[in-house]
Ligand binder design. Structure first.
Ligand code: HEC
Ligand code: HEC
Length: 257
């Protein structure tokens, strides 16, 4: 299985300290596993996927090209979008694209983030093979830039670059490059799970700002990777989001390693 998605375990189980009691509850939990899952679904417990144990995905770029016609109206036929509110998919890492599609596909339609995204309905009908093919296709496309938007007069590029490279210890902001790579192409692939860490270089500023603001509001929350970004984004104020997004979008996009 390429991606194992589970319903989040109710946290209350962890709060019982006596070993005997924990064991009893765990055993009961196993026996009642199916019931728990269905109750969780009824209660709207969010889906949660641990992306630390993923395997590299494989797909067919040519099959993906054929399946991508429905994506073109927003993301462009070659993954360079029609407007900067949409993310550029061309040249993004295939594993990252695949897991994003899988999250939209598995999403709880009542989730505050997924219910607001046009992607949720679009991904609902995709098979696992479709998602692998589409991710492989878009990742293989040359990521030429959109016509860059005029830089926002109030954005400070220097500040954005400094935050990206060094963070800001006083405000608890970590250096983004530690996880997104020194040149924002994504981190070196020293472990398989890092393939699902995205490149940010040359991504569109309005999209980046919207996504960082969402992370700051803990949206979405369905994978281990999204939760990493909640911790990062809660250190960013609106000015920091604007400056980092403007600086990243000014870099020419290159294919991710
Ligand atoms: C109606 C416009 C629209 C169409 C059509 C569309 N998308 Fe999207 N897509 C979006 C928007 C808007 C976002 C940003 C969602 C967000 O951040 O919540 C997005 C995000 C994505 C992302 C996440 C990118 C990232 O950097 O995290 C992927 C992957 C994606 N779309 C793939 C596809 C594929 C594949 C198709 C075709 C099957 C498709 N999209 C069709 C609007 C669209
Ligand atoms: C500890 C590792 C880590 C650090 C530090 C980090 N990120 Fe991330 N970032 C991630 C991961 C993992 C994801 C993928 C989350 C997901 O799948 O939604 C991500 C996703 C993103 C995205 C979404 C990209 C897209 O195409 O939708 C943006 C934007 C982003 N990070 C910006 C930043 C900025 C800006 C900083 C520095 C202030 C930063 N990140 C620091 C790990 C990190």
């Amino acid at each position: 299985m390429r991606r194992s998605t589970t319903r989040a375990q109710p946290r209350i189980l962890l709060r019982f300290n006596g070993p005997g009691r924990t064991l009893a509850l765990t055993a009961a939990g196993v026996a009642a596993g199916a019931l728990l899952v269905s109750c969780a679904a009824l209660e709207g417990t969010p889906l949660f996927t641990d992306l630390r144990t993923i395997e590299p995905i494989h797909g067919s770029a040519s099959a993906g090209a054929q399946k991508s016609t429905v994506c073109a109206s927003c993301h462009g036929a070659d993954g360079v979008p029609v407007a900067p509110i949409f993310p550029r998919l061309a040249g993004q890492r295939a594993d990252y694209l695949y897991h994003r599609l899988a999250s939209f596909h598995h999403a709880d339609p009542k989730d505050p983030y997924y219910s607001a995204s046009p992607m949720t309905a679009l991904a609902a009908g995709l098979s696992d093979e479709d998602m692998r093919d589409l991710a492989t296709y878009f990742a293989s496309q040359p990521p030429h830039a959109l016509e860059p938007p005029p830089p926002s007069a109030s954005a400070s590029m220097d500040h954005g670059e400094r935050l990206y490279a060094q963070g800001d210890p006083e405000h608890g902001i970590p250096p983004c490059q530690g996880c997104h790579g020194a040149d924002a192409k994504g981190p070196p692939l020293s472990a398989t799970y890092l393939a699902a860490y995205p490149a940010l270089r040359g991504q569109n500023a309005p999209y980046l700002s919207a996504r960082l603001t969402n992370y700051r509001n803990a949206k979405p929350a369905d994978t281990s990777n999204t939760r990493i970004m909640h911790g990062v984004a809660e250190t960013l104020d609106d000015g920091a989001i604007q400056d980092i997004s403007a600086w990243l979008s000014s870099l020419s996009p290159t294919p991710s390693p």
